[in-house]
Design a protein around this ligand. Sequence first.
Ligand SMILES: *Cc1c(COP(=O)(O)O)cnc(C)c1O
Length: 398
Amino acid sequence: MDAQAIIDAEARYLVPTYQRPAVVFAQGEGNYLYDTAGKRYLDFAGGIAVMALGHSDPVWAAAVADGARTLTHVSNLYHTRSHVELAQRLVEHSFADRVFFCNSGAEANEAALKFARKWARTHHGPQKHELLAFEGGFHGRTLGALSLTHKAKYRQPFEPLVPGVTFVPFNDLEATAAAISERTCAVFVEPLQGEGGVHPAAPAFLQGLRRLCDEHHALLVFDEVQCGLGRTGSLWAHQAYGVTPDIMTLAKPLASGLPIGATLVTEAVARAIEPGDHGSTFAAGPLVCSAALTVFDRVNDFDLLERVYTKGEALMEGLRTLPTDHLLEVRGQGLLVGAEFDVPVKLLMQAALEEGLLVINAGERVLRLTPPLTVTLDEIDDALDILARCVNALETEA
Ligand SMILES: *Cc1c(COP(=O)(O)O)cnc(C)c1O
């Protein structure tokens, strides 16, 4: 099948949940992708902040191949080794005492929601079941996670969702104080909102959430599915804030391209959970956990994290000098970067794709850049050159 035949067959056979550009990718190497015609693209989408180590990293690939040859899956009915090693790494390098594994970000948040409900019911009774989440927040597409996701377009077709969720303006501590009560069992927040437009939490906001949760005996849940594991230049995004949560969810970069999610909890939360309360057939098999171990050990490195931070600063500085009057603001942390324009970014994204640069958006007017953590300063310069050549595409949107 050539590219057009693949695109036509997709339109015939797939449920139409995505609109995709007319390119078929066939190969990835390092921080580049290649389409079926052999054209090369600099990958600043990174599979939506997933490809921490870039494409076909040799150490990662060896772990995957070894897993395929030795042991891929036995289910969670039996003991295996790699998920224990991965859980130990996560616990030893975070606030958490225990880990639950699953297969995606939405599932990690579903587990967080169930654990919070069980914890609250166990200690305070069934009336303590309400949840707070934030405007602009994104926590996934399954019904529980969707109930915590703010965007009306994602929610409304599927209502009624989980009852008892209140949305509060992000970074508004006063509004949060007014909304929280003794009936609140958990507060879900991204320390750096990704899908919602790349908005960092203010330090006083996250610190204030910790205090409000303590005062009202509610659990604080940090969704670090996108911003966690090195993306911001610290291992966990919340480390820059001096605040720790009761639960943290991870997924996107954890196995650098293979499906995995994790819900990290304190001992107090874990104590409310018993065998049979939650589970997953596929979660944390030996192959995916071996891959994740190579990712964790590479990312949990002072020099790599410092480079992520400095490369992010270089990227943001370069974006601020783009030759266009449409740029409103550049913001982000490390290599989770957003550039907000006063016009839609769709045509800019298309022009960049034609010039060999893959970028994504976060809402209509925010260009989002989430390259592999292994991106080089030269590649950042190349991406900025391409964007500078393409910004006049924004004129046709104005
Ligand atoms: C992507 C994302 C999710 C959902 O993850 P999936 O793997 O797509 O289910 C949840 N929370 C945040 C912050 C995300 O960026």
